[in-house]
Design a protein around this ligand. Structure first.
Ligand SMILES: NC(=O)c1ccc[n+]([C@@H]2O[C@H](COP(=O)([O-])OP(=O)(O)OC[C@H]3O[C@@H](n4cnc5c(N)ncnc54)[C@H](O)[C@@H]3O)[C@@H](O)[C@H]2O)c1
Ligand SMILES: O=P(O)(O)OC[C@@H](O)[C@@H](O)[C@H](O)[C@H](O)CO
Length: 489
């Protein structure tokens, strides 16, 4: 089809019944503002929200707010908020559905007042975020906003806000002026204690405001806003060229906001809402009192295996997670890392890690092109909770975290690789890379990563940094394949 029309409300009547089953009725009001409507939000929370509205009704449509760019907003606006999600199972089945949970869009960067008004609306009961780990602009060691961050400082000085926390606080400020009803804020990023973290960041942002403004504002926010943690799980790779055309071939309409993800979706939410919420619990989400056991399984099992696959797979020529998990030398290493070090560490925190074959089977879904270069981004923000924390606990218990150290060393090795011989990394990692290139060793890299990771020392007095340095030397000496074979024959 040469020029298929764009998906739109007018197209709805012409779409196959199974693709539009469950679309919310037109006119369902907005009850949620979501900051960061990337691929993950569109495939996960928006789908579950649509299902919750189908199960129980309610004005729970989403106002999707892009914090930095506006390409998603423009794509969604051109399609009346409609887009498609393809659930792609490893066994060959695809389920394509049209999602209509997004009823409004706003560019928080270009239309800051409209964004703040959306957060402040008395009909908004929940604000959710997926802005990536780096989007929190925090110092992991303190759990507060990174000191001396010029972007945060500029937001606090009163420019139209550009950081996620600055944008959220501006919205809360307008809500406080209207003395709006209680609000629940849910962080859906892969960060430890993400609800508590976001609360602390909002508090530290208020502390940067002039005292007569920031003090009363925080007092109002802390009394009227619940910051609940969540643990989200679904593999949703970045869109691929050709996705829009694939949808056009299936539906006869082009979709420039199409997303593809695995069929598995999990959402665990801390049950401390300040007000009403969608019936997410009726469509598979779990509301729990204590998130910690779920969080350790997610970060130390799923995400840690992803990061290890990325840093060790890229130098082996793997491009996707499926390539890495299917690699004859890397797969046994990942299995051993998981079974010997990662899963036991999550179990020690009360988690119930999946079996190794189930996990590798899921992540290795050969029908998803989940690029390792995407996962390799923001390593400085990701590795402490994924690999260093379990390794430190292993060490403190008198065991050698050899495999986790090899994975962290592979990150340091990637950063030491000349930029034209490795994928482009994010600015945070490039800063660490520059430090390493300036002859700082992996010990310093581990110090930079440490963040809140406690107890880096083992009984021998040689700490995790020493071990990562040893592992890096081994990688250089033996090559990646040789080191992996030696560690997990
Ligand atoms: N994609 C997945 O499989 C998946 C699974 C579980 C959790 N997540 C979480 O969701 C996050 C986003 O994933 P995605 O697939 O939607 O990515 P994406 O690249 O499609 O979207 C990222 C969103 O975050 C915003 N963003 C990026 N950097 C930012 C910054 N520094 N400040 C403010 N906003 C910023 C972008 O504007 C965009 O809206 C991940 O980082 C992770 O924390 C993703
Ligand atoms: O940017 P990240 O590393 O937080 O996310 C990359 C992948 O690990 C992530 O996308 C996983 O697919 C996801 O966390 C699985 O639930």
């Amino acid at each position: 089809m040469d020029h298929p029309p764009r998906l739109s409300r007018a197209a709805r009547a012409h779409l196959p019944a199974e693709a539009v089953r469950g679309l919310p009725p037109e006119g369902a009001g907005v009850g949620i503002v979501h900051l960061g409507p990337g691929a993950f939000h569109r495939a996960h929370q928006a789908v579950l929200t649509q299902e919750a509205m189908a199960a129980e009704g309610g004005d729970w449509s989403i106002c999707a707010a892009a914090g930095r760019g506006r390409s998603v907003v423009d794509a969604l606006r051109a399609q009346d908020g409609l887009y498609t999600v393809t659930d792609r199972a490893a066994d060959g089945a695809d389920r394509l559905r049209v999602v209509g949970a997004i009823a409004d869009t706003v560019s928080a960067r270009d239309e800051p007042e409209r964004f703040a008004v959306a957060v402040a609306a008395s009909t908004t009961h929940v604000v959710t975020l997926t802005v990536t780990e780096a989007g929190y602009r925090h110092d992991p060691a303190t759990g507060r906003l990174a000191p001396d961050d010029p972007e945060t400082a500029a937001d606090a000085a009163g420019r139209p806000p550009r950081t996620a926390v600055g944008q959220l606080v501006r919205g809360l400020q307008v809500r406080s002026r209207l003395d709006g009803p209680p609000l629940t804020v849910l962080s859906c990023d892969n960060l430890p204690a993400n609800g508590r973290l976001l609360r602390d960041l909002v508090e530290s942002f208020c502390a940067l405001l002039p005292e007569r403004e920031g003090g009363p504002l925080w007092e109002w926010i802390s009394a009227r806003t619940a910051f609940c943690g969540t643990v989200v799980d679904q593999v949703v790779p970045a869109a691929e060229p050709g996705d829009a055309e694939r949808v056009a071939a299936a539906l006869g309409y082009r979709d420039d906001a199409a997303v593809v993800g695995e069929a598995y979706r999990s959402w665990i939410i801390e049950d401390a809402f300040a007000g009403p919420r969608p019936a997410w619990d009726r469509v598979g989400a779990r509301l729990v009192g204590d998130l910690a056991p779920y969080e350790t399984v997610k970060l130390r099992c799923v995400n840690a295996v992803h990061s290890a696959a990325a840093y060790l797979g890229l130098p082996l020529g793997a491009a996707t997670v499926a390539d890495a998990v299917g690699h004859p030398v890397l797969r046994p290493f990942l299995a051993a890392l998981y079974e010997r070090e990662l899963a036991p560490s999550a179990a020690a925190h009360g988690g119930e890690p999946p079996g190794v074959e189930a996990l590798l089977g899921r992540l290795g879904n050969p029908r998803l092109r989940h690029r390792l270069a995407q996962i390799a981004l923001q390593g400085a923000e990701k590795l402490p909770q994924r690999l260093l924390a379990p390794a430190a606990e292993h060490l403190a218990a008198g065991r050698e975290p050899r495999l986790a150290c090899l994975a962290v060393a592979a990150w340091a090795r990637l950063l030491r690789t000349p930029p034209d011989e490795r994928p482009a990394l994010d600015p945070g990692s490039e800063r660490v890379a520059a430090g390493l290139a300036a002859a700082r060793g992996p010990r310093e890299a581990v110090d930079l990563l440490r963040g809140p990771v406690p107890a880096l020392c083992g009984g021998s007095g040689r700490d995790l940094g020493d071990r990562v340095a040893d592992a890096l030397a081994e990688l250089e000496r033996e090559g990646v394949e040789g080191a992996l074979r030696a560690a997990a024959p």
